[in-house]
Design a binder for this molecule. Structure first.
Ligand code: AVJ
Length: 338
């Protein structure tokens, strides 16, 4: 299944225009316009995100890695069946997946590993070295969106006698959608891709100190800033513009806010001056006008405490089974069961 980022981006950006289906996020009781978060994840954005995972201030990656390093034996023992199927929603860098695969192989289990991603390039880059390192594991790449893959799993991965599925949704990817959307997504995962006995291992960032979160999303080296601003380059391409032509960096900046009450980091663009951006939408000329200082929403990174997780379980119908914390207790890997 192929995902057409250009088409999707265009469709979604159109909503921004009439502000109906586009997200509106209340900031100080003002509704702001928004650009779909997805524009951050073009090939260049995926590369910069990979750089973020090497930034010390972005504690999330190290925390999750440490959990897999310490707990993979236990996880593989209890939650990966022999002749089982592993399905990772979004492959990312696979640095932590190695620990789990190591444990599986040393327990002499044979598994098939399905890795899903939006980018063919990152699927190939991630899976090729793993296939060499773990010859006893069968690797299959799935190119497409989460929802494409849930349907694929439902239709093609009929579960034969007794083997179980272990789904992985790591890296606090859940944080990019609202709490309501996250619960709805988990409900679909449960309904379409899980059967009794299957589990979903879900890596989720906790509601940490505001200063810790703030530094993670506005790091001193500016890697996060580069990641967010790259979204504007992608939007320009979607509109057929040249680099820096429609949204020059002299006229927009990155704004990072941590809303501790709501437990979420919010990323915005700020228009540095009053300006008009002229584009074509479906071959018709269209003008976007921005006020000086106007914020344009681009991304949530939503955090979960124990109460939030409980609500997520109530709303999705999944059953909470277990959790593992990293040493700093900032991050948790949850095991949800059907
Ligand atoms: C890919 C959603 C896990 O929200 O922590 C990192 C994306 N944005 N820095 C996150 C992101 C800015 C990241 N996720």
């Amino acid at each position: 299944a192929r995902f057409d980022a250009e088409q999707n981006g265009k469709r979604a950006f159109n909503n921004y225009n009439n502000n109906t289906a586009g997200v509106s996020t209340p900031i100080q009781d003002v509704l702001v316009r928004s650009i779909p978060t997805l524009v951050l994840y073009d090939d260049n954005g995926l590369d910069i995100f990979n750089d973020i995972t090497h930034v010390d201030e972005y504690y999330i990656t190290n925390a999750e890695m440490q959990i897999f390093k310490d707990k993979s034996d236990e996880i593989a023992q209890a939650h990966v069946g022999n002749n089982g199927v592993l399905i990772e929603l979004g492959v990312g860098s696979m640095r932590k997946t190695r620990y789990l695969l190591d444990a599986i192989v040393s327990q002499n289990k044979s598994v098939t590993y399905y890795a899903l991603d939006l980018s063919a390039q990152s699927l190939t880059q991630s899976l090729q070295p793993l296939a060499l390192q773990f010859p006893s594991i069968k690797f299959v790449g799935l190119l497409g969106t989460y929802d494409d893959s849930l349907l694929y799993i439902k239709d093609h991965l009929a579960r034969d006698n007794g083997s179980t599925r272990t789904l992985l949704w790591l890296g606090t990817s859940i944080g990019n959608t609202t709490r309501k959307e996250a619960a709805e997504f988990l409900e679909r995962v449960k309904r379409l891709a899980m059967q009794d006995g299957d589990v979903l291992l879900c890596g989720i960032d906790r509601r940490n100190d505001a200063s810790v979160v703030k530094t993670a999303y506005d790091d001193p080296k500016g890697v996060t800033r580069a990641f967010i601003l790259n979204g504007l380059r992608h939007v320009e391409r979607i509109f057929g513009g040249e680099t820096g032509e429609l949204f020059p960096l002299s006229k927009f900046e990155y704004v990072s806010l941590y809303n501790a009450d709501l437990g979420r980091h919010e990323a915005y663009y700020r228009s540095l001056e009053k300006q008009r951006v002229e584009v074509d939408v479906d071959s018709l000329p269209h003008v976007f006008e921005f006020e000086e200082g106007e914020l344009i929403f681009i991304e949530y990174s939503i955090k979960y405490d124990a109460e939030d997780i409980k609500r997520l379980m109530d709303q999705s119908g999944l059953r909470w089974a277990k959790e593992w914390l990293d040493q700093t207790e900032r991050y948790s890997l949850h095991c949800f069961a059907k």
